[in-house]
Design a protein around this ligand. Structure first.
Ligand code: LLP
Length: 387
């Protein structure tokens, strides 16, 4: 995965830092184009996964659209060069000022998550004498079989509009003179490894599409969200998710009307495998029953293990010749017991100064970092700069 040249350059850098393999990232984007965009699908890149301008530049070059969840992300997307006509703005709690940013820029659409939000967007659009385009996020009640913090499509959670509220919405619509309903939107969760939940989503989306059609709405956008998972345990052999199978599931099970476009909002599957967190071993120590390796990255740089019990592969990338394997708890330096990357993890014997790569960190890694404990800002490196 890492070239010798890259490994050499890592030695002189201050750790921890994020490293992005832009070659892999471009190949991943090519696959999305080959298997999804080529079918006429509109793929929005979910900025929340990674909004680094260098990453966004590649996404723009590949021609994808954007999915934003805050006014800040809408601004970042526009600054980096996404056309506002390709930006969808989602999120369960948009502030008025953020809605105004979307209106001022005349974005593609707002994905709306509550009846009250519809009314607020209508009011703000009327002040600007505009018509806001919206897609309704409907909760399809499909179980994504993923971690409870990242499942979103079940009937009782904060996201989306419940199907039971649809009659009220149909009644309300004629009075919302500054809203144009252009689509319906779904998102059932993240890190979904099986295709079955997506098939179920398609079947629910077909039913709901009919409900709107029968009410006389001509929806142009069917947005099925994101959520396609990556293989955290084999980052090298599964560097690019199987987008062919993913898009084929929708081609097979979703019934679009001739005037309808299919939209996706993919984050993790686009950028997840292209990023690693490079860190050094600070100290090793032997506990009563365990060996500990204390590294210079912590939950402040990568919170996924502490927050979701996520298991990222950790590889030793400095010279390891002649070492036998040993088991370690690999832990960070933060004053929190949850600051643990792996427990009982087998890896060649570690020594102070060894350089490690925590893999599959391209999505929800750098964007979720914090300055807790007043940790120093960390750097970012791209394969283009260092070979
Ligand atoms: N669309 C909506 C409405 C979403 O809420 C999300 C992710 C996406 C698209 C993109 O989903 P993806 O393709 O990346 O699965 N921080 C967590 C993941 C949170 C996902 C939030 N929503 C993690 O590190 O696993």
């Amino acid at each position: 995965m890492f070239s010798n040249y890259q490994l050499d350059s890592f030695k002189d850098r201050t750790t921890p830092f994020y490293f992005y393999d832009l070659n892999l990232f471009r190949k991943t984007l090519d696959q999305i184009n080959e298997h999804g965009v080529s079918k006429g699908y509109h793929v929005h890149y979910a900025l929340k996964a990674n909004s680094h301008p260098r990453i966004l530049n590649e996404v723009i070059k590949a021609g994808l659209s954007a999915d934003c969840v805050s006014g800040g992300e809408v601004e970042r997307a526009i600054e980096c060069g996404f056309s506002p006509s390709k930006i969808a703005f989602a999120g369960v709690g948009k502030r008025d000022i953020e809605i105004e940013i979307g209106l001022e820029n005349n974005i593609l659409c707002f994905n709306v998550e509550s009846v009250q939000e519809l009314e607020v967007i209508n009011e703000l659009a009327s002040k600007n004498n505009q018509i806001a385009k919206v897609a309704l996020r409907i909760n399809p009640n499909v179980d994504a079989n993923t971690h409870k913090y990242i499942t979103t499509g079940l009937k009782e959670n904060k996201f989306g509009i419940n199907e039971k509220d649809l009659p009220d919405i149909f009644e309300l619509f004629p009075s919302l003179k500054h809203i144009e309903l252009i689509g319906i939107h779904f998102h059932i969760g993240s890190q979904i490894e099986e295709l079955e939940p997506f098939k179920k989503l398609c079947l629910r989306a077909n039913e709901l599409n009919e409900v709107f059609e029968n009410k006389g709405y001509k929806l142009t956008i069917i947005n099925v969200g994101g959520g396609f998972g990556i293989n955290y345990s084999s980052p090298d052999s599964s560097g690019i998710p199987d987008f062919k199978k993913f898009f084929e599931t929708f081609e097979k099970h979703l019934t679009l009307k001739s005037h309808q476009q299919l939209h996706f909002e993919l984050g993790r599957s686009v950028v997840g495998q292209s990023g690693s967190l490079i860190t050094r071993v600070l100290y090793t120590k032997t506990g009563i029953e365990k060996n500990f390796a204390i590294i210079d990255a912590g939950m402040t740089e990568l919170i996924r293990p502490a927050l979701y019990q996520a298991k990222h592969e950790i590889q030793i990338i400095s010279d390891q010749s002649g070492r036998t394997n040993k088991q370690y708890d690999i832990v960070g330096p933060i004053c929190e017991s949850s600051d643990v990357f792996r427990t009982d993890y087998e890896i060649p014997e570690l020594k102070r100064g060894d350089i490690l790569a925590i893999r599959s960190c391209g999505a929800y890694g750098e964007v979720m970092k914090s300055r807790y404990n007043l940790r120093h800002e960390i750097g970012t490196a791209f394969s283009d700069e260092i070979g």
